[in-house]
Ligand binder design. Structure first.
Ligand code: ADP
Ligand code: MG
Length: 476
């Protein structure tokens, strides 16, 4: 077993190597919040924050990653991926820091530095993720009040809405709002001390303080913050000692007009396993809820994600995602991220069909997919190689006969090869059959054409555009 320091260093070296081989957006998407969880007897376990990252690394990047790892440490014989949701927590953002450091040198514009926070010595949770801002939180009827309350608290902490209590289901934006307030308070006044932490983290710190017999120090530290943010307070259930500490900290901060912000998966009244006196404190201020956003808001969130990631996606595809993801905004984002990453790797653009597959694979839809027939059934009509040939010829404004002929003129060769490629990949005809369709050409000629197009698509942007346009014509 190697020590934590060398695991960290090893991961740093690996990331450095992989970063050079990937597009910055891919690198950020898939290696954010990752870390080495363990390395023992040649087995390296890589922790990833969610199922999307796991699937992606396993399916698409495994070979590349294993090669990179082995070139750095030949003792690694096997690599495994394990989901560890804690990695996504802001205070545990190990790989995010690394990823940012690398990516920054290439694209500083896209990567704001981590919010500088004045620290009270000993408070270990000091990280607010700068990506969470009130400005990029999309407001709709179901979260308008919550957003307004957060804005008010951000502008004048410790005054009107204290404590601020936000509740709602998983993946609906509570953490986003909580951290946004912290970021906003700090951007207005960098000298303020903001402590953000999950209730688990808070509990751990208390346990640690008790173990080290320095509860007094713990108390003093927490009472010096200007804004205390506790995320997912429901996890304090049945932790009596933590609740007691929290109660006293709460009172102290409250009496000194310091801001307290709390989130939970349910309203205070339903926090049955929390002490009554704590619940009644939560009820003293402002209580707001966030709910699953309506269709229009979901669509607006997707549009804003497109701007954030600088990608263009056909409106129909966005509408389809918005219509068919029914549980949380986190899922909505998950489908979106997977769709763009897949499209980028495959040099294509997301289509209704491709996102439908992703939604199915991730199990996000509640029932039968809505609108799938309307969006995706029409293209089924493009089923024959003749259709493909006609569409390709029309796209390049040449006649089908010329394209199918034997002329070696450049303006005919590429469309001819492209038609073969699309018939092979989209209609699934065998090389021999395609050869026959093209006037009895040898199957090796067809194979060669397909390989040629594959190669070209990797560097020829214009050809990529042509393919995308033609695929769209074909309804793909
Ligand atoms: P929760 O803490 O309620 O489980 P999060 O705050 O982690 O949920 O939200 C999940 C993801 O969805 C985050 O990436 C967040 O930025 C995003 N999100 C949620 N609601 C919105 C919204 N209204 N606008 C933009 N992004 C949102
Ligand atoms: Mg959360």
């Amino acid at each position: 077993m190697v020590t934590a320091v060398s695991e960290h260093d090893l991961w740093l070296q690996i990331l450095k190597k992989v970063e050079g081989e990937l597009k910055p957006a891919h690198f950020l998407t898939w290696f954010k919040d990752t870390a080495i969880l363990s390395f023992k007897d040649g087995l390296l376990v890589i922790g990833v924050p969610n199922v999307y990252a796991k699937q992606w690394l396993e399916d698409k990047l495994s070979t590349q990653l294993v090669q990179a790892i082995k070139s750095i440490n030949p003792d690694v014989h096997e690599v495994m991926y394990e989901i560890d949701p804690n990695l996504a927590l802001p205070e545990d953002n190990r790989a995010m820091d690394l990823v940012k450091v690398f990516a920054k040198s290439k694209k500083p514009r896209k990567l704001p530095g981590k919010q500088e926070v004045k620290l009270v010595e000993g408070i270990s949770s000091k990280c607010l993720n700068p990506k969470y801002r009130l400005e990029n939180y999309i407001v709709g009827p179901d979260n308008r009040l919550a957003h307004a309350a957060c804005t008010s608290v951000a502008n004048s902490p410790g005054s009107l809405y204290n404590p601020l209590f936000i509740y709602g289901g998983v993946g609906l934006g509570k953490t986003h709002l909580l951290q946004s307030i912290g970021n906003a308070i700090l951007s207005h006044n960098p000298n303020k001390v903001v402590a953000y932490m999950t209730s688990e983290r808070f509990t751990n710190e208390i346990v640690e303080a008790i173990r080290k017999r320095n509860s007094k120090q713990f108390k003093d530290r927490y009472r010096r913050v200007d804004c205390l943010i506790i995320d997912d307070v429901q996890f304090l259930a049945n932790k009596d000692r933590t609740q007691e500490e929290f109660f006293h900290t709460f009172n102290d901060l409250y009496d000194n007009n310091k801001q307290i912000i709390i989130s939970s998966d349910r309203p205070p009244k339903e926090l049955n396993q929390l002490e009554d006196r704590l619940v009644s404190r939560f009820e003293m201020g402002m209580i707001v809820d966030v709910q699953f956003p309506d269709y229009e808001t979901r669509l607006a969130i997707l549009h804003s994600k497109c701007r954030e990631h600088e990608v263009l996606i056909h409106p129909e595809v966005l509408e389809f995602i918005a219509m068919n993801v029914h549980h949380s905004v986190r899922e909505l984002e998950g489908v979106f991220i997977q769709a763009i990453a897949q499209a980028q790797l495959e040099h294509s653009t997301p289509t209704v069909r491709s996102v439908a597959k992703i939604i199915k694979k991730l199990g996000c839809q509640s029932d039968k997919m809505q609108g799938y027939d309307a969006y995706a059934a029409a293209p089924q009509s493009v089923r024959s190689s003749e259709d493909v040939i006609d569409i390709v010829a029309a796209h390049f404004r040449i006649s089908s006969n010329d394209m199918m002929g034997t002329s070696r003129k450049r303006h005919l060769i590429v469309p001819r090869q492209l038609a073969m490629y699309l018939i092979r990949n989209e209609i699934g005809l065998a090389y021999e059959q395609i050869g026959e369709e093209f006037g009895g050409k040898n199957h090796t000629t067809v194979m060669h054409a397909c390989e040629k197009i594959d190669q070209k698509l990797k560097k020829d942007k214009q050809l990529l555009k042509d393919v995308n346009a033609i695929k769209k014509e074909m309804g793909l």
